[in-house]
Design a protein around this ligand. Structure first.
Ligand code: FAD
Ligand code: FES
Length: 344
């Protein structure tokens, strides 16, 4: 994206609106032939929709595909109404077959590394959406086995219940679905998730849903010896900035030397002016953590130990994090000729 210019978006027509569960519906999009390339996606990715707003002109919200790009199904996202939320309620009240929405192309890094690996997928509420896309893709086009732990408030809130039943029946031992209902079992906290995670700790672990659920998953995974980077998460946040509008100009930054401590090793790297720190690390063939690359997931956070940076966008770190020196590598350009950071 060029600083100062809005992101390129397209208009897509909603072909169908499918009620899924209490307070949730799926939007099926028509993707015309000429946009097929722009809307090619990987399992687990999301679209960003522009939602009209009298107050702000519009707001932007991300919704993950529940469809798989590998099964021939149309491009579909699923939206659950957030209590007190604006966009999810606007969608439920206004989107009908034939509605045309402004949509940014698919994005996101919550994608399976290989469809032949074994996966432990953990989802809470609407967090099932990207997990569904991954699960369908692994079963349809890979050889991996999948365990899904799926937490919901009660039976009425379970999205995709019948689809999961059918998939489990057809997949035999390749798919195990474990439902967790808060009304029966209480909220899923770390200690309760330990016995569900322990037998599958060698699998690729992906978790998606509200922050308290993701914290519980991380806590349980850590308790059974999975390092923090062994759990890939998708956080369901509302974007604060609007990528459909003109972007805030980002400082071009200065050329710098970057000293980075990662995986117990310290390296010095040249950092070209205006380049995002994450790209410097990846170009140097280091293995930094990251996910969304849009400043919304926090996966790339590290601690600034010297110098100054500017972040193009930050939807994750709060004032306390910033005061502790945390920055997002995917959003940072250098403001001083020497910068040092640590991932330890
Ligand atoms: C990568 C990604 C993928 C996602 N995928 C999905 C998906 O597949 N399905 C899905 O349903 N959601 C998904 N989300 C979440 C989605 O983008 C929205 O965050 C969600 O729909 C809520 O948006 P909203 O406008 O309805 O709520 P908002 O209006 O943003 O409100 C969210 C919460 O904040 C509170 N709030 C609102 N305004 C204020 C305020 N001024 N002060 C204090 N509190 C306030 C509300 O009460 C509510 O609890 C995803 C998010 C991301 C980042
Ligand atoms: S990779 Fe998501 S915030 Fe940087």
């Amino acid at each position: 994206m060029t600083a100062g210019s809005p992101r390129v978006f397209h208009q897509l027509r909603v072909q169908a609106v499918i009620p899924e569960a209490a307070d949730a519906c799926s939007l099926v999009f028509d993707v015309p032939h000429e946009l097929a390339g722009a809307f090619a996606y990987q399992p687990g990715q999301f679209l960003t929709l522009r939602i009209p707003s009298d107050r702000d002109g519009s707001v932007a919200r991300c919704y993950s595909m529940c469809s798989s790009p590998l099964t021939g199904d149309p491009l579909t996202v699923t939206v659950k109404q957030t209590p007190g939320g604006y966009a999810s309620h606007w969608i439920a009240a206004n989107v009908r077959p034939g509605t045309v929405l402004d949509v940014l192309p698919p994005a996101g890094m919550f994608v399976p590394s290989s469809l032949d690996d074994d996966y432990l997928l953990l989802a809470a509420g609407s967090g099932i959406t990207p997990v569904m896309s991954i699960l369908k893709s692994v079963l349809a086009a890979g050889s991996g086995r999948v365990v899904l732990v799926y937490a919901n408030r009660d039976e009425r809130s379970v999205i995709f219940g019948p689809v999961l039943k059918d998939l489990a029946a057809g997949a035999g031992s390749r798919l195990l679905v474990v439902h967790w209902l808060d009304v029966l079992q209480g909220l899923p906290a770390g200690p309760q998730l330990v016995p569900l995670i322990r037998p599958f700790r060698a699998c690729r672990i992906y978790a998606s849903g509200p922050d308290p659920f993701l914290s519980a998953v991380r806590e349980a995974a850590s308790a059974v010896g999975v390092p923090p980077r062994g759990v890939r998460v998708e956080r369901f946040l509302s974007l604060q900035h609007n990528p459909f509008d003109v972007a805030e100009p980002v400082a071009a930054g200065v050329a710098a030397m970057l000293e980075v401590t990662l995986d117990g090793e310290t390296r010095s790297l040249p950092w070209p002016a205006g380049t995002r720190m994450l790209d410097v690390l990846i170009d140097a063939e280091l293995d930094p953590p990251f996910s969304c690359r849009e400043g919304i997931c926090g996966a790339c956070a590290c601690q600034l130990t010297g110098g100054k940076v500017e972040m193009a966008s930050n939807e994750v770190l709060d004032d306390a994090d910033l005061a502790d020196g945390y920055i997002l590598a995917c959003q940072s350009v250098a403001l001083t000729p020497e910068v040092s950071v640590s991932y330890e």
